[in-house]
Design a protein around this ligand. Structure first.
Ligand code: UD1
Length: 356
C-alpha cells in the first residue's frame, strides 16, 4: 500500500480533510500532520471531534507568529517528518501558511505534492492566501480543481497538464454531514434564535481585521440590520478588538459568541436570513445550503456563487452592506456547482492509479 501524508493546520483544512480521510482509508496508509497553526480548542479540537477525524500522527505546535516565523517553523518540523516517513505523496489543502510550508518542503525533497483546491485566484496579491495558492500550485504535481474557473486559471498559467477537475471536497464534507446537522446541533436554542429570524456573520481576513476603520464600518453595518446578528468571533478578530479597546457591548444588535463547531456553523448558515462573511469557504457553503450571502470583500475566488445574486460583493462600505441585507432574496434557482459530492473519491482514485 502506498503512503500518503496529509498536512493540515487551520480550521477549514480540518473540514476538507474529513471526506479525504475517508476516501484514503481504504486506499492508502495515511499519515496526518497537524502544524498547530490553529491551536485553540474551539479552532482545532472541536473539529477533530465533530468531524470524527483520526488523531494526527504528528503535532508540530508551531502556534502564532509573523508569516516568516510561522512558515519557517512549520518547514523545519515538516522536513524532519518527511525524511522519516518517506511518503509516496504529500497532500496539502487550500491556501494557508500550512499549505505553503508543506508544498515547499515536499517539493524540495522531490516528493510529489497533491494540492487540493488548486487553481483558485482572487487576483489580489495583498492577500497572503493568494501568494500561498500561487506557490503551492507552482510546485505541485497533482492539481485538484474544484471548478472550471480554477481549471481555466491554471491553463492560463501554463499548468493545464497537472490539473484535474474533481469538484469541491468542502461540498463532499457538507453532503456527508448535512443529514446529521439538525439532530446533532442545538446551536439555535443555545444562542436563542429561531430559523429565519437572524443573520450570521464572520470576519477574519487581515484586510478587514487589521484595518480598524474597516472593522468598525462592518460592525456598525451589522448593528443597523433588522434582525440580530450572531457573530462567532475568530481569535484574530477577538485579539484586534481587545488591542483597540473595542467593547463588544457597544454593538447591541450583534451577539458575539465563541467560534462554533462545523455542524453548528452549518445550522447557523442554513437557518439565517442571510450570511455576511469575508471567508471563502462560508460563501460557498451558504450557496450550497441555499442562504443568500453578502461578502465583505471586493473580489472572490468562488465566482460561481455570484450568479443570480446568491452572493453579493459589497466590500466594507456601511451603506452597501445594509442595502444588500435589505434586498429580497433571489427568486431564481441556484445552478448545481462544485461537483457531485465525490471529489475525494476521485482524488484518491487518480492518485492510486498514477502512483502505482
Ligand atoms: C488562517 C489562514 C486563512 C484561513 C484561516 C481560517 C493563513 C495566511 N491564513 O488565517 O487562509 O482562512 O486561517 O481561520 O494561513 N489565533 C488564536 N488561536 C488559534 C488560531 C489563531 O488565538 O487557534 C490568533 C493568533 O493571535 C494569530 C491570529 O489568530 O496570530 C491569526 O492566526 P493565523 O493562523 O495567522 O491566521 P488566520 O487569520 O487564522
Amino acid at each position: 500500500m502506498k503512503k500518503a501524508l496529509t498536512i493540515v493546520g487551520a480550521r477549514p483544512q480540518f473540514v476538507k480533510l474529513s471526506p479525504v480521510a475517508r476516501a484514503f482509508e481504504v486506499r492508502f496508509a495515511h499519515v496526518i500532520v497537524h502544524t498547530g497553526q490553529h491551536y485553540d480548542d474551539a479552532m482545532s479540537k472541536v473539529f477533530f471531534e465533530g468531524l470524527s477525524l483520526p488523531r494526527p500522527d504528528y503535532q508540530l505546535g508551531v502556534g502564532s507568529g509573523t508569516h516568516a516565523v510561522q512558515t519557517a517553523s512549520m518547514m523545519t518540523g515538516l522536513e524532519r517528518i518527511l525524511l522519516k516517513e518517506k511518503p509516496d505523496i504529500v497532500v496539502v489543502y487550500g491556501d494557508t501558511n500550512s499549505t505553503l510550508a508543506g508544498a515547499l518542503v515536499a517539493a524540495k525533497l522531490n516528493i510529489p505534492v497533491a494540492h487540493i483546491e488548486a487553481g483558485l485566484r482572487s487576483f489580489n496579491r495583498d492577500m497572503p492566501e493568494e501568494i500561498n495558492r500561487i506557490i503551492a500550485d507552482r510546485v505541485s504535481h497533482f492539481l485538484f480543481c474544484p471548478t472550471e474557473t480554477a481549471m481555466d486559471n491554471l491553463s492560463r498559467e501554463g499548468m493545464k497538464d497537472a490539473a484535474h477537475l474533481v469538484g469541491d471536497v468542502m461540498l463532499d464534507a457538507l453532503l456527508l454531514h448535512q443529514p446529521l446537522i439538525e439532530r446533532h446541533s442545538s446551536v439555535l436554542n443555545r444562542v436563542g434564535v429561531q430559523r429565519g429570524g437572524f443573520y450570521v456573520a464572520t470576519v477574519h481576513r487581515v484586510s478587514n481585521t487589521d484595518d480598524v476603520q474597516s472593522l468598525t464600518a462592518i460592525l456598525e453595518a451589522l448593528d443597523a440590520l433588522d434582525a440580530s446578528v450572531i457573530f462567532p468571533l475568530h481569535p484574530r478578530t477577538r485579539n484586534i478588538m481587545a488591542v483597540h479597546k473595542m467593547d463588544p457591548g457597544r454593538w447591541k444588535n450583534i451577539r458575539f459568541v465563541e467560534p462554533v463547531g462545523y455542524l453548528d456553523m452549518l445550522v447557523l448558515q442554513s437557518g439565517a436570513k442571510k450570511v455576511l462573511t469575508d471567508s471563502g469557504g462560508i460563501q460557498k457553503e451558504s450557496y450550497c445550503l441555499g442562504t443568500p450571502c453578502i461578502t465583505l470583500r471586493t473580489e472572490t475566488e468562488w465566482v460561481e456563487t455570484l450568479q443570480n445574486g446568491w452572493n453579493k460583493l459589497v466590500g466594507v462600505d456601511k451603506k452597501a452592506i445594509v442595502d444588500a441585507a435589505m434586498m429580497p432574496p433571489p427568486n431564481v434557482l441556484r445552478k448545481k456547482e462544485y461537483g457531485d459530492g465525490h471529489a475525494s473519491d476521485m482524488i484518491a482514485d487518480i492518485l492510486m492509479n498514477r502512483l502505482s
